[in-house]
Structures are given as C-alpha cells and as structure tokens.
Design a binder for this molecule. Structure first.
Ligand SMILES: Cc1cc2nc3c(=O)[nH]c(=O)nc-3n(C[C@H](O)[C@H](O)[C@H](O)COP(=O)(O)OP(=O)(O)OC[C@H]3O[C@@H](n4cnc5c(N)ncnc54)[C@H](O)[C@@H]3O)c2cc1C
Ligand code: SF4
Length: 433
C-alpha cells in the first residue's frame, strides 16, 4: 500500500471527541448500569456486548475489553470514532430516560481499541485452510470485515482495490475531526495482520480485470464497492474554477494538501451528512463565511440534527429552499444566483445571490449497481443499489455484496456488519458448517 504523506491538510484538525485518560475511562465505565438485554447493544448494528466490554474496562481488563469489541466488530477502532452514536448505542442508553447524561460508549470503545492496536495485542488466528478462495472487490470497511471473517474460517481472500490504499471512505472520506487517514490505515494493517489476505491495489475490477476473469479465479466473490463519483447538476457556470465535488475534495484534503487560504466565502450545495461535513471542514480551515444551500427546509435535510447543530455553533449559516441556477464569475466562481423554492420545491420566481469564491457540490454520489448488473447476468439492481437477500447473496450463484453498494449508503458500522454477515453466508455456500 502506498504510504500516506506526512503533510496532509487534515492534520490541522483536532479530534472532536478526544481520548479519555485512564482515570476518565474508569469513572465513565463505573457509571454504567450493566443492563441485562441492553438496548444499546440492540441499537448497535454489529451487536457488540457493550455492558461486557465496559465492565472489563471498569475492572482494569483493557485487553479483554478490546477482545469483546473485536469479536463482534473487527473495525471497532474506527467505528468508535465514526459511529453517529447519538442515534445508535448512546441514543438508546437507559440513562436518557432518567434525565442522566448517557454513557459515552464510543469514547470508551476508543479507549479500549486504541490501547489494543497501539500495544499490538493479537486476538485472532486464521482457520485451518479450506483450499477455497474468495475475491473481494473494494478495500473499504465492508470488504475488510468480510475478508477478516473469511480468514478466520480458513478461506483464502484477495482484495482488489482501485485506490492505492485500503480503508475506503475511512481513509478517504470521513471528516478528519472524527477519524484521520493515518489511524484508518493503521487499523487496516492491524486487520490484515491475521495473515494471508492478498491485497491488489491499483486494480479496478471491470476495467483492469474483467468480472468474469475475477469469477473464474475464485470460488466466490464479494462486492464491497461502495458508491461512485460525486454527482454534478449541470448548472450553467458549474465548470468555473473553485467548484468541486465534495467527496473528491475531502479525499484530497485527507490524503494530501488543499489550499483554501485565499477563499473569503464558501458555499456547500446539499443537505446530507457529506454537505454538513463539508461546511464544518471549511469552517475548520478558517473560512469565515460558509453557507449551506439546500432545496428543502431545515426539517427536510437528511443530515443529522446533532451534526448541523454543531455546524451552526461553529458559525455556519444556511439558505433553505434555494437551488443554484447559475454560477457567475470570470474564470473563477464569485457568486451563485439561486432560485427560491416553495414548500413543494417549485420555483417561486424570486431569486437571491450568494457571494462564494469556493463551492462544494454535495448532491450525492453515483450508485454503481446498475453498471455491475448490466455486466453480469443474475445480478440485479434497484435504484442503483445491488439487490441482495437477507444473507447478502446476489442473484448470481457464489456472488455476495454488502456495505454502501447494497444498502444505498449507511454508516461504517453497517458496512462492517454486512461484510461479516456475507462472510458467514459465503462459508455456508462453500460447504462450511
Ligand atoms: C464524505 C463522507 C463522510 C462520511 N462520514 C461518515 C461518518 O462520519 N460516520 C460513518 O459511520 N459513516 C460515514 N460515511 C459513510 C461511510 O464512509 C460508508 O458507509 C462506508 O465507508 C461504506 O463502506 P463500504 O466498504 O461499503 O464502501 P467504501 O468505504 O466506499 O469502500 C469501497 C471501496 O471500493 C473501491 N472500489 C469501488 N469500485 C471498485 C472496483 N470496480 N474495483 C476495485 N475497487 C473498487 C473504492 O475505491 C473504495 O475504496 C461517510 C461517507 C462520506 C461520503
Ligand atoms: S460500533 Fe458504533 S454503534 Fe456499535 S457500540 Fe460501538 S460506537 Fe456504538
């Protein structure tokens, strides 16, 4: 895997939720009520035994605590930082109903998993070789979780990744105040340390290697391809300098350097979590005026409330019910002419102009399922998503999928859960018990 450069713009950000000291972790762990049939565990897509790992922190057994986490979620270190815990485990902590601050499960999970990976504690061994091999397309959380589980079950695993580095959006997309690329890459190395996961980076399946060639090289295939490139809206002036796709720009900021020192005011088009991340990242890089422009109301945006509340506290403003109709400027974008929309998102005839010399387009990413379904008989797609059954199987025998490519874009923790689930189904398909 290609090394990350030391000089990366993302290193300017500090962690939003910093690490606990040993004392802080002990105090927080001792607050846990260790509920039976705990709602937090039910709310976690990977069903980590949360009370179990917190009890081990409370008794000073950090190594055992991390083991409990990894048994359910091998990417527990990145999930501790990336999970929207407010709407998952922490949101379901019983303390919420008692008017008491909920247990900071993500921070405790980070405390245990950081310690384990930093100390290079080892927990898992590859299973006895079965002589079967699985090809995994994409090197993101879904494929990593799938490959690790397959190795535990004794199958050979080869990951094909079109980027030069593994980790998928953990490495290339997640906001740096949550997870930095070097921590993501360190976690990848730790996952691979189970041994004999063959990694082929710089290989785009469907282009550098044919789908059927892949099929004939392996006994089963897992598709963890995630989503494709940023959408653009073909608005007049969209090709002016300073207008870029959000995911593309975030990737450059995380793995290299971007320069926004000359930007006076920026706009982000969209209302989802990537748009809100973009707003917070631009504010964090020192741009004073950053405006979110969204075609719906505040109540209609799909980005999380807790993230937007933080963005507002950091100085973000928003223009609701507006859509760009033209980007204006000489060579470089200077302002955006927007049409105002009514409650049904129809133009009111009114216009408003927003000054912006930098624009992030966060209006969604391409879904890859249609192209894959067109290339492979038996594989189906719906709205661009790959159609899988409850085990992760596609309609073509021996083919499975998980993560954003089939769930349509959820969270890292969902991709991990689906990757592991598919590994179990692949094992069964290959004749395992
Ligand atoms: C900007 C952004 C911020 C996010 N922030 C968060 C967050 O804070 N918390 C959270 O939980 N989730 C977040 N998410 C969502 C999360 O990152 C995804 O749900 C998760 O990464 C999905 O994992 P995956 O393995 O399915 O796909 P990905 O992580 O996208 O990995 C897919 C991999 O497949 C590779 N690939 C694709 N096609 C091919 C091919 N043909 N051949 C070879 N390789 C291929 C890609 O290069 C990529 O590396 C964010 C998403 C974005 C876009
Ligand atoms: S993986 Fe995420 S949802 Fe599950 S317990 Fe950990 S922080 Fe909570």
């Amino acid at each position: 895997m290609k090394e990350l450069p030391r000089q990366r713009t993302e290193t300017l950000f500090t962690d939003r939720k910093g690490a606990y000291t040993r004392q802080q972790a002990l105090v927080e762990a001792h607050r846990c009520l260790f509920c039976e049939d705990a709602p937090c565990t039910r709310a976690c897509p990977t069903h980590i035994d949360i009370a179990g790992f917190i009890r081990k922190i409370a008794t000073g057994n950090l190594r055992g605590s991390a083991g409990t986490i990894f048994e359910s979620n091998i990417l527990g270190r990145s999930c501790a930082r990336t999970c929207p815990v407010e709407v998952l485990c922490v949101g379901d902590c019983v303390y919420n109903e008692l008017g008491v601050p909920p247990i900071q499960i993500g921070k405790l999970q980070r405390h245990a998993t950081d310690a384990a990976i930093e100390a290079e504690w080892s927990y898992f061994e590859a299973g006895a070789p079965t002589g079967r091999s699985v090809g995994l397309v994409g090197g993101g959380p879904a494929s990593l979780a799938c490959a690790h589980e397959l190795r535990r079950l004794g199958h050979a695993a080869t990951i094909y990744e079109r980027h030069e580095r593994l980790g998928g959006l953990n490495t290339h997309g997640v906001a740096p105040y949550k997870l930095k690329a070097d921590i993501a890459v360190e976690e990848v190395d730790w996952v691979l340390s189970i041994g004999e996961i063959d990694v082929r980076t710089g290989v785009e399946v469907g282009k550098d290697l044919g789908w059927e060639e892949l099929e004939s090289a392996h006994d089963a295939v897992f598709l963890g391809v995630g989503l494709g490139a940023d959408h653009r809206l073909s608005t007049p002036g969209e090709d002016l300098e300073g207008i870029v796709g959000a995911v593309d720009w975030i990737e450059r900021m995380k793995t290299g350097q971007v320069d926004v020192s000359e930007v006076r005011s920026a706009a982000v088009i969209g209302g989802g979590n990537t748009a809100i991340d973009g707003v917070r990242e631009l504010l964090g890089l020192g741009i004073e005026r950053v405006t979110l422009i969204y075609r719906g109301d505040d109540s209609g945006r799909s980005g999380y409330d807790h993230e937007w509340d933080r963005a507002k506290r950091e100085g973000a403003s928003a223009l609701w019910r507006a859509v760009p109709v033209e980007y204006e400027g000489t060579g470089r974008v200077e302002r955006i002419r927007c049409a105002r929309l009514d409650g049904d998102k129809r133009p009111t005839g009114e216009e408003i102009t927003v000054d912006a010399d930098f624009v992030l387009l966060a209006v969604g990413q391409a879904k890859l399922g249609d192209a894959i379904a067109a290339a492979l008989s038996g594989v189906e797609s719906e709205g661009g998503r790959l159609v899988v059954d409850e085990s992760g199987a596609l309609g073509r025998p021996g083919w499975f999928a998980g993560g954003d490519a089939s769930n349509g874009a959820k969270e890292v923790v969902n991709a991990v859960a689906e990757g592991k689930r598919a590994a179990r189904a692949i094992h069964e398909h290959l004749g395992g018990a």
